[in-house]
Design a protein around this ligand. Structure first.
Ligand code: GLC
Length: 425
């Protein structure tokens, strides 16, 4: 059973491999995506370590001079995706988008070094990546935390990686739509429109892109100019975890200055996260930086915070909250609380289960000693694969596969889950 599943997962990765990068899936997403690639490298590392390192190297080869690592690299022309390079117009030799995505590389690179069979290769590649990843982290704190709060804001919902989460509804409603150039969406030609964001959301996504473009993608201006500025606990937890892991790696590789700065970022971030805690919800919440208020939206962003080394009692509360969600959802972890009126079990980030988030939550809770919850998350993740294949995301109620099929990072997470002792395939 386990062998067959591993073989299938490897096949998905190979199928989406374009040589030096992978696409998330053919058709719907024909380019390289930032956090997809980094998490997918963890999958490749199980059967081809050199290929895994190449995946991350290719992404960082397109890092901007200011340190940002873009969310999409448009390696080849493909008319099947909107918004393409002409809409972004970032002026790069190989076109990229102009926003970023969750910075999971610090975590992934440390894990790949720890698990490497070829230690020389791992040390050599990690050493080359170290200053680049650090530059990305510094970019975050410079450009997205101008008041030095310890936490960074996203300025576009797509940066969160949870594109149409209910978390963004109120802040996105304040984004205007005047002047949005007419467009044709491609995503709904590849996937069921009922599983995707709405047209009203897309208009605002594009308004933000046009506005940033009109500012020449100058990151010294974009944060303050954006009407959408949200501090997402999940996103910040990924950044904090990556800083902490990079600190360890820098220590091992004899880079004390990077180690010190990275540790400082992580320590300040963990302390600042406390402001996002909600006793009423038993989880962290997003903060709207434009209004200064917490966003009353019980999403998976506040549970993903467990990926960072949050205080033990916070991790325990998150585990209890996830156990409770498990009463309403057959498959953990729904991306939104099923009892909330806006919950939609099929629509992208408004309810469905995503294996990558399950993986990161399980990893954090495992370190925090919450083993029963971790076992259920892993068992549910593998049950979804057995019932519905390697989909992009799944209904937490019925296991219906949604979005794209043969999905790269879903397959990569299966390889990671199956390598863990708690996994029963
Ligand atoms: C969607 C997801 C995002 C992912 C991308 C490619 O935009 O919301 O997290 O990176 O697809 O898979």
């Amino acid at each position: 059973m386990k062998h067959a599943l591993i073989a299938q997962a490897e096949q998905v990765l190979r199928r989406n491999d374009r040589g030096t990068y992978t696409v998330p899936t053919h058709g719907l997403y024909p380019f390289q995506w930032n956090w997809d690639s980094v998490l997918s490298a963890l999958g490749f590392a199980h059967f081809d370590e050199a290929r895994a390192w190449t995946e991350i190297d290719t992404l960082f080869a397109h890092q901007w001079e200011d340190g940002m690592v873009p969310h999409i690299i448009f390696h080849e022309r493909d008319e099947g995706y909107f918004p393409g390079p002409d809409v972004w117009s970032t002026g790069r030799a190989v076109p990229t988008s102009g926003i970023t995505q969750p910075p999971v590389a610090g975590f992934a690179v440390r894990r790949m070094v720890d698990n490497a069979k070829d230690k020389d290769l791992a040390t050599q590649r990690a050493r080359a990546l170290l200053p680049r990843i650090h530059a990305w982290h510094r970019w975050f704190f410079n450009s997205r935390d101008p008041e030095a709060s310890g936490l960074v804001a996203i300025i576009h919902p797509w940066e969160s990686g949870r594109d149409n989460s209910i978390d963004w509804d109120a802040a996105l409603a304040r984004v205007p739509t005047e002047g949005v150039e007419p467009f044709t969406r491609r995503d709904i030609q590849h996937a069921n429109p009922a599983h995707r964001p709405t047209h009203a959301q897309y208009e605002r996504y594009i308004w933000l892109v046009q506005t940033f473009r009109s500012l020449g993608w100058d990151n010294t201006k974009l944060h303050d100019a954006s009407p959408f500025r949200v501090v997402d606990p999940g996103f910040n937890a990924i950044l904090i975890r990556s800083c902490a892991d990079l600190a360890e790696l820098a220590e091992q590789l004899g880079e004390p200055e990077i180690a010190k700065q990275s540790r400082d970022f992580a320590t300040r971030g963990i302390a600042a996260l406390e402001k996002l805690w909600s006793d009423a919800h038993g989880q962290y919440l997003c903060l709207d930086r434009s209004t200064g208020e917490l966003i009353d939206s019980p999403s998976i962003g506040g549970l993903l915070a467990a990926f960072a080394a949050v205080p033990t009692e916070r991790a325990a509360a998150i585990a209890r909250r996830i156990d409770k969600l498990g009463d309403a959802a057959k498959f953990l972890v729904p991306s939104h609380d099923p009892s909330a009126p806006e919950f939609d079990d099929l629509r992208y980030w408004r309810g469905p289960v995503w294996l990558i988030v399950n993986y990161m939550i399980a990893d954090g809770l495992s370190t925090a000693g919450q083993h029963a919850t971790v076992e259920r998350i892993i068992a549910d993740s593998l049950a979804l694969i057995h019932e519905s294949g390697f989909a992009e995301y799944y209904s937490p109620i019925t296991a219906e596969p949604c979005g794209g099929a043969h999905f790269t990072w879903t397959a990569a997470m299966v390889l990671e889950f199956l390598a863990q002792p708690a996994a029963v395939a």
